[in-house]
Design a protein. Structure first.
Length: 116
């Protein structure tokens, strides 16, 4: 199981047109504990999962992603200790994936995140 995330332009109805959809790839769900631990402490959205970002604009998701990146960078040993024992995913890959999503959200603040 993995997170599959993309950004979609909300003003285009041509879903298969590559200029209006940005596939951000996927990363294993085995690192979900890291993402949950890095969510902003005052996050009032309930669930602490990347699935929470589904339907948010790049702008809306930006502050959450920035906090996740910031916390993971500030406390790398805390997050490395959460590396999955089965070896599927790790701190470095999890951080790189979140940074990729954050960069895309900054570039396309009005686009909508799709998390599957």
């Amino acid at each position: 199981m993995s997170y599959d995330i993309s950004l979609k332009c909300p003003t285009c109805t041509c879903e298969d047109h590559e200029h209006y959809s940005l596939n951000l790839g996927n990363y294993t769900w085995n690192v979900s504990e890291m993402y949950a631990a890095a969510f902003p402490p005052l996050y009032a959205g309930g669930q602490r999962s990347l699935y929470t970002l589904n339907g948010m604009s790049g702008f809306e998701a930006g502050w959450i992603l920035e906090h996740i990146v910031s916390d993971m960078c500030a406390y790398p040993e805390k997050y490395r200790a959460m590396n999955p024992p089965n070896g599927w995913g790790d701190y470095t890959g999890a951080l790189m994936y979140i940074e990729r999503i954050l960069r895309a959200c900054r570039k396309h603040p009005t686009w909508i995140l799709e998390v599957e």
